[in-house]
Design a protein around this ligand. Structure first.
Ligand code: TA6
Length: 309
């Protein structure tokens, strides 16, 4: 049984456990003094990050399909080695193949009682060469502490340069779309993917319609201020000069089979990307790392959950 081998080789008692669930997928459960987390080996997708005494920071659709060749709808899907439509071949799946692939475990580590780390790996193969003719070793490093740190590192293990676009396509759990605002993108130029026009706004972003924007030349952090949950989620980043903001709103939500009709009200994507003109060329033996550091900077202390009742 794969989970027995994984737990024997990489499990950390009381801290990091592999479980194969009824959907046939294998998940990593992490618990330490700071937080709990859940990651699927399919897609190397962080699905939950819950600091102590807090609601989950990440959102996953109740309609998500947990099956091969379909991305799990929520958490932090990895869009790689291209973001959006394939640059030249429209028959290839949107957002690349990393989120549709089974990743292997490279290492696990209990750094201390507050910090746990796992590194997952995806390496080029005959299968991937058919989709993308380049040799690579890509790793995802997930560090669970009072922050969630996600690092997607691409190594060019071939002998020709290649270019990627990518995203940590983070879905955030919010109280209500009418009660949040995104700070940090004011006065940044964005490409509105719905109109293909470039614009700027000088106010924090409030969502009251479908929004699908690629902010260009944006290297700073963002904050999602949620008055409903009385908390602020901060997204710091490195290795990225573009940020995507997405909410499907009513009509698009209805068109997505793996997305509840009303779920647009409790989710918001603020994505850490190398997208659009923010392309990354990697020469042989060189790396590029796309990093997001997600944390709560202000939060109402929630009453301790009394599990004895
Ligand atoms: O978040 C930006 C975006 O490219 C949107 O246009 C929307 O398509 C979203 O990604 C979800 O894409 P997916 O392929 O996961 O349904």
């Amino acid at each position: 049984m794969i989970t027995e081998l994984l737990n024997k080789g990489f499990g950390i008692p009381h801290t990091l456990t592999f479980i194969t669930e009824l959907d046939g997928m294998t998940y990593v459960y992490i618990t330490n003094n700071s937080a709990t987390a859940k990651i699927s080996l399919y897609g190397a997708q962080v699905l939950s990050f819950r600091p102590r005494h807090q609601e989950d920071i990440l959102w996953v659709s109740s309609k998500s399909l947990y099956k091969q060749n379909k991305a799990i709808r929520g958490g932090i899907p990895l869009c790689w080695p291209w973001f959006g439509a394939h640059p030249t071949d429209s028959t290839k799946q949107s957002h690349g193949f990393a989120r549709l692939s089974e990743w292997s475990v490279l290492t696990t580590e209990a750094v201390d009682e507050e910090t746990t780390r796992i590194i997952l790996k995806l390496q080029s193969s005959d299968e991937t060469m058919k989709m993308w003719p380049h040799k690579f070793i890509t790793t995802l490093t997930v560090t669970i502490s009072n922050k969630l740190t996600v690092e997607l590192t691409t190594n060019n293990s071939g002998n020709e340069p290649f270019t990627i676009t990518s995203a940590l396509h983070s879905y955030f759990n919010i109280s209500d779309i009418s009660k949040v605002a995104i700070h940090g993108l004011e006065n940044s130029t964005f490409l509105d993917s719905l109109t293909n026009k470039e614009q700027t706004e000088n106010e924090p972003i409030k969502i009251n319609q479908e929004v699908d924007r690629i902010y260009l030349d944006h290297t700073g952090n963002c904050e999602i201020k949620d008055t409903g949950l009385e908390r602020t989620i901060q997204i710091d980043k490195q290795g990225s000069s573009s940020t995507v903001v997405w909410n499907p709103w009513i009509d698009k939500a209805k068109r997505m089979a793996d997305f509840g009709d009303d779920e647009y009200q409790t989710m918001l994507c603020v994505e850490t990307t190398n997208a659009h003109t923010d392309t990354i060329e990697i020469t042989p033996d060189k790396d590029h790392t796309l990093t997001a550091v997600i944390s709560l900077v202000e939060q109402k202390q929630r009453p301790k959950l009394d599990h004895t009742k």
